[in-house]
Design a protein around this ligand. Structure first.
Ligand SMILES: [Mg+2]
Length: 233
């Protein structure tokens, strides 16, 4: 297992939807729509997944169909917390107790992702997600169009821009945009506890079948680090 030679890892970055939490924020927002708009959003998502249209194009079009309110995005944050993958808070606390940097890199909407980060004790400066603007009436105005996280390979760009002190680093996620980081992360761990995607399983350095993220500690920590955790626990 050559990837393991890079241990000890300094940083652990996680995808959000279907990795730290069991839901997909966009699906929850979509569920609030009437059937015709819901169909349009599903069609766009499908086209993006098949590579027929670029993610950045879909991202804007979906939000323009959904027109989420500030309150609805807050509700997604609450659902993220309520549907958190079991033991995620413990895994994050264990990593932080060993001095690791823990962060989130997500194509989700920033206010919602920050809600989950707060619950997990992950500082705001380690959270990368897509900003959104609301007017005074709480209605959707615009989103952070220049965020790398609304385009393909955006997660790769975010990891590449991290300071060198973040290395060696681990990335954990369920999706194909997460798998894109396997070329730049020192260790890419696929997570199948919510949705197991075969291309991710095939491409990952390691794959966790689930149901939770605890096996990550065995995969990515050194023996000495694991001993320190059991001594402390
Ligand atoms: Mg995901």
């Amino acid at each position: 297992m050559s990837a393991a030679a890079a241990r000890p890892y300094q940083s652990f970055y996680f995808d959000c939807d279907s990795t730290l939490t069991r839901i997909e924020g966009i699906d929850e927002l979509c569920a609030l729509l009437d059937a015709p708009e819901r169909e349009q959003v599903h069609a766009l998502t499908e086209q993006a997944m098949n590579g027929e249209i670029a993610l950045e194009q879909v991202y804007g079009q979906r939000l323009e169909l959904i027109v989420p309110t500030a309150e609805q995005v807050e509700e997604i944050g609450r659902l993220y917390v309520e549907q958190m993958v079991p033991f995620t808070d413990e895994v994050v606390a264990d990593l932080q107790s060993l001095g690791k940097t823990v962060g989130i890199v997500s194509g989700g909407l920033r206010p919602a992702v920050l809600e989950l980060a707060r619950k997990l004790g992950i500082p705001t400066e380690h959270v990368y997600a897509v900003g959104i603007d609301f007017g005074g009436d709480g209605r959707f105005r615009d989103f952070e169009r220049d965020s790398p996280l609304c385009r393909n390979r955006g997660k790769v760009d975010v990891l590449r821009a991290l300071p060198s002190g973040a290395r060696p680093l681990v990335f954990v996620g369920d999706g194909v945009t997460d798998l894109e980081t396997s070329g730049i992360a020192d260790l890419f761990v696929g997570f199948g506890g919510v949705v197991a995607r075969e291309p991710v399983r095939a491409g990952a350095h390691h794959f966790i079948d689930g149901p939770d993220l605890r096996p990550l500690l065995d995969i990515a920590l050194t023996m000495e680090e694991r001993n320190r955790l059991s001594d402390a626990g």
